[in-house]
Design a protein around this ligand. Structure first.
Ligand SMILES: [Zn+2]
Length: 124
């Protein structure tokens, strides 16, 4: 049994079928315009959508670079780095603010403790 590939969705279809089971692509259209060449070119140049997704999981923009959209891929990578950096910096600033408030609080509490002790009151 011979197989061929759907040029629209990449599905593998038996040679004797006229339509793609997956997307309904009509192969009779191809017979007029070089039925042999088009699927071959498609096969050589097609990109794996799952691999593109995995690459973008590893590094945002890498999947786009793999597909050949290099400019957009690099832009996405840069934007991802900026967002990550801003997220880290803003969280760091929130933490540092809390940390320094606690330093001041401990300092103030020790001073109040000493004042009460000086007046002859047991603070706690
Ligand atoms: Zn198809």
């Amino acid at each position: 049994m011979e197989f061929r590939y759907c040029p629209k969705c990449g599905n593998e279809i038996r040679e004797d079928k006229d339509r793609c089971d997956k997307c309904g692509f009509d192969f009779s259209q191809l017979k007029e315009k070089k039925a042999e060449e088009l699927p071959m070119r498609y096969l050589l140049k097609r990109k794996d959508p799952i691999l593109a997704g995995i690459l973008s999981f590893l590094l945002p923009g890498l999947g786009q670079i793999y597909v050949g959209d290099i400019g957009r891929g690099i832009l996405i990578t840069i934007i991802a780095f900026i967002i990550a950096l801003l997220a880290l910096l803003s969280n760091l600033l929130i933490y540092l603010a809390f940390h320094f408030i606690q330093i001041y609080d401990a300092y103030k509490e020790a001073s109040e403790y000493n004042n009460l002790l000086f007046e002859g009151i047991e603070p706690w």
